[in-house]
Design a protein around this ligand. Structure first.
Ligand code: SF4
Length: 336
């Protein structure tokens, strides 16, 4: 059988990276992401685990080599390990080069060993503070010891952990060096994310908490010698090396446009909408063609059509973060 032509967008960028949200639910209620009393999507709106498998398998057949699973919190979706199991067959066949996830860490204690056994080698854990009280304050429902245990379990299972920290002025500013030292000690990678806090914070709190990464970088430079690294991953992260510790630190500023020309990624929501670019509203409904036919022809045609609309670059609009809740933390561009 001949392989279908790979997905190439109008700007000659091959689409090799798919980010898939498997649920809108989460066991935390981070202040900048969700309201405390959320109404979640009705079940019939969500892609079933089988549909998620079919969707991802189709993308992989079209050349996607890297899959990042996100949420909400992906590990709270019931039966999610069945989905990971399904995807691991593509790792085994070599069609998929990497299967990874972005998580809040709360369920890693239960799942890390299984995830490692299924071929997951790297994960991103969103963690903004190492202080119990502050952690409980910002996540509302989260508890730090459970997350730290989860991270330990991942490390023990041989999974490489990257810690994603949202930089929030007045919140984790005073922990900058503590977090850097902890990551060095635990041998975790580290990336800082600049974000305008959203969720249900007041306008005032939001502006108070905006901490530009330029400032954070200047602070780091007071203690470390920073060397810019040329390395790019097709995503927005820039990296520096701390010469004294050898650590590689990532910086992600959502307003940065300079990675667009190499952007190889698209994002699928848990309801089957494909977003071709983080910074633009345009999306394509893939659920309808998926449900319309048991064959994949309609779905493939819809995917190709969507990719033909992938824009050249983005004009980031923060108001969308509010609409999409978890975007503000597990941003679709983050995590390289
Ligand atoms: S930021 Fe992440 S961990 Fe926090 S509520 Fe949103 S999805 Fe959950």
């Amino acid at each position: 059988m001949t392989r279908p032509a790979p997905l190439i967008d109008p700007f000659a960028r091959p689409i090799e990276y798919l980010r898939v949200s498997v649920t809108d639910r989460c066991d935390f209620r981070c202040t900048y992401c969700m309201a405390e009393h959320m109404t979640f999507l009705p079940k019939k709106e969500l892609l079933t685990l089988e549909e998620l498998d079919r969707m991802c398998t189709t993308f992989i057949g079209l050349g996607v080599e890297k899959l990042r699973i996100t949420g909400g919190e992906p590990l709270v979706r019931k039966g999610i390990m069945t989905f990971f199991q399904g995807m691991s067959r593509h790792l085994e066949s070599g069609a998929l080069r990497e299967l990874t996830l972005t998580t809040n860490g709360s369920q890693l204690g239960r799942f890390a060993t299984d995830l490692a056994a299924l071929g997951i080698k790297r994960i991103n854990v969103s963690l903004d503070t190492l202080d119990d009280k502050k952690f409980a304050d910002i996540t509302r429902w989260g508890r730090l010891p459970q997350v730290l245990k989860g991270i330990d379990a991942a490390k023990a299972a041989g999974i490489r952990v990257k810690i994603n920290v949202v930089a929030l002025k007045g919140f984790n500013e005073d922990e900058l060096f503590g977090i850097v030292d902890w990551c060095a000690h635990e041998d975790h990678d580290l990336t800082f994310i600049e974000v305008m806090p959203m969720g249900d914070m007041s306008e005032e709190a939001r502006l108070d908490q905006y901490w530009p990464l330029e400032e954070l970088r200047t602070r780091l430079a007071e203690r470390f010698t920073l060397t810019d690294l040329a390395e790019r991953t097709g995503g927005p992260a820039r990296y520096v090396k701390l010469e004294e510790t050898g650590q590689k630190i990532g910086f992600i500023t959502p307003l940065t446009h300079n990675f667009c020309e190499s952007c190889n990624r698209v994002r699928l929501t848990c309801t089957g909408e494909l977003f071709m670019c983080l910074g633009q509203e345009d999306n394509a409904d893939l659920r309808a063609p998926l449900r319309e036919s048991a064959e994949n022809d309609l779905l493939e045609a819809a995917i190709r059509n969507a990719i033909s609309r992938k824009p050249k670059g983005h004009d980031f609009d923060y108001s969308r973060q509010k609409v999409e809740g978890q975007m503000s933390r597990h941003m679709s561009h983050t995590g390289g």
